[in-house]
Each structure stands twice: as structure tokens, then as C-alpha cells.
Ligand binder design. Structure first.
Ligand code: COA
Length: 173
């Protein structure tokens, strides 16, 4: 369990399945994430869920409020040990918690965790060019844009933070 000022990050568990299913079948969330909308039934989703938790090579965390409400998920993945880098992902699925600093606190907490607990030197992410909320959130966490990419007809802004930048930010605060 990783605790911060607004949120805590904990390991994913089977009881998260219904929230995750609701978020994966939400058309607006899928659009914001440029992800395919899940169309399977909940019972089929649930039957694969335990395996996904057990065997996924993603480092996945549930995002909870300090009073224990599950509001989203975050992760880091695609770890490249030669380049010492990984990709970061986040989704605050519960709309009641948008634009209140939960995303910023989550990303800052995960970045701090990664740079403290691993030897990774660079964390990068991609978000749709049109997703200004996400870009603003990532900028507040110290990420800077470094390029653009088009994939499957979607246009993404690429952002990154490296260990040196992160260390400099630690001494500034
Ligand atoms: C993207 C996401 C992680 C951001 O988390 P959040 O808790 O909503 O964001 P925060 O409140 O920490 O920061 C958002 C900032 O963007 C600002 N913002 C929101 N919409 C904006 C807009 N259209 N134009 C300019 N600024 C905007 C907010 O005011 C806030 O800035 P402030 O703190 O200076 O006021 C979260 O909203 C989310 O998961 N959304 C749904 C899925 C999604 O977008 N997925 C893609 C992730 S790559």
C-alpha cells in the first residue's frame, strides 16, 4: 500500500472486477483512452479477470481515496531493461473525481514510487492530442512533451520524465 495526500495505491484484487468492467464498457472513457470498447458480458469478463491479475506482467495498482473508495487504476509496463524505461498509464474511472487533483496525486505518487523503488531512468506516456485535461495533469507531475505519434487513426501527444528531471523537482519542492 502506497499512501499519499489524496489517494492510496494498492494491489488489484478480484473485488475490483465490477468497477473495472463498468469503466471498460463506458464509451466516453474508451474514447478518452483511445481504447476499444469492451463488449463482452460481465460473467465472461470475470472468468478471465483472476488470470489477468495473476499472470499480467503489468505493475498494476488500484487507486483509492483515503477512505477506501476505488476510483481508478494506474500502472507501469513495457519495461525495457536495456534502456531502463517504462510506460505509465492511468485512468480515474469515476467522473466525480475528475478535475480535483486525484490524477495529479496518483501520477506523482506512482512516479515517486518508480524512481525510488526501481532503477528505471525514464518514464513515458501517450495521450490523445485532444485530451487537454490529461496533458495538463501530466505537466503538473513534471512530464514534458517530446513528440507526436499517429496510431490506428488516433493522434497522440508523447510525454516523458527522466530521473534527473525528477530529482531536480524534488530539490525544488
Ligand atoms: C486524465 C485524468 C487522469 C486526469 O486526472 P484528474 O484528477 O481529472 O486531473 P487533475 O485534477 O489532477 O488535473 C487536471 C487539470 O486539467 C484542467 N482541465 C480540465 N479540463 C481542461 C480543459 N478542457 N482545458 C484546460 N484545462 C483543463 C483542470 O482544471 C486541472 O488543472 P488545475 O488543477 O490547474 O485546475 C483523469 O481525468 C482521467 O482518467 N480521465 C478519464 C480517462 C482519460 O482521460 N484517460 C486518458 C489518460 S492518458
Amino acid at each position: 500500500m502506497i499512501i499519499s495526500s489524496k489517494i492510496r495505491l494498492r494491489d488489484k484484487r478480484l473485488a475490483d472486477a465490477l468497477d473495472d468492467y463498468m469503466w471498460r464498457t463506458d464509451a466516453e472513457l474508451a474514447r478518452l483512452d483511445a481504447a476499444p470498447l469492451l463488449t463482452t458480458t460481465f460473467s465472461r469478463y470475470l472468468s478471465d479477470y483472476a488470470d489477468e491479475l495473476r499472470y499480467s506482467i503489468r505493475h498494476r495498482f488500484a487507486v483509492e481515496t483515503l477512505d477506501g473508495k476505488h476510483i481508478g487504476n494506474c500502472s507501469y509496463y513495457s519495461i525495457d531493461e536495456a534502456k531502463d524505461e517504462a510506460e505509465l498509464g492511468i485512468m480515474i474511472g469515476n467522473r466525480d473525481y475528475w478535475d480535483k487533483g486525484y490524477g495529479t496525486d496518483t501520477v506523482t505518487t506512482l512516479v515517486n514510487y518508480i524512481f525510488h523503488q526501481t532503477k528505471l531512468k525514464r518514464i513515458y506516456l501517450k495521450t490523445l492530442d485532444s485530451n487537454i485535461r490529461a496533458q495538463k495533469c501530466f505537466q503538473k507531475c513534471g512530464f514534458t512533451p517530446y513528440g507526436h505519434m499517429v496510431r490506428d487513426g488516433f493522434s497522440f501527444t508523447l510525454m516523458e520524465i527522466n530521473r534527473k528531471q525528477w530529482q531536480e523537482q524534488q530539490t525544488e519542492t
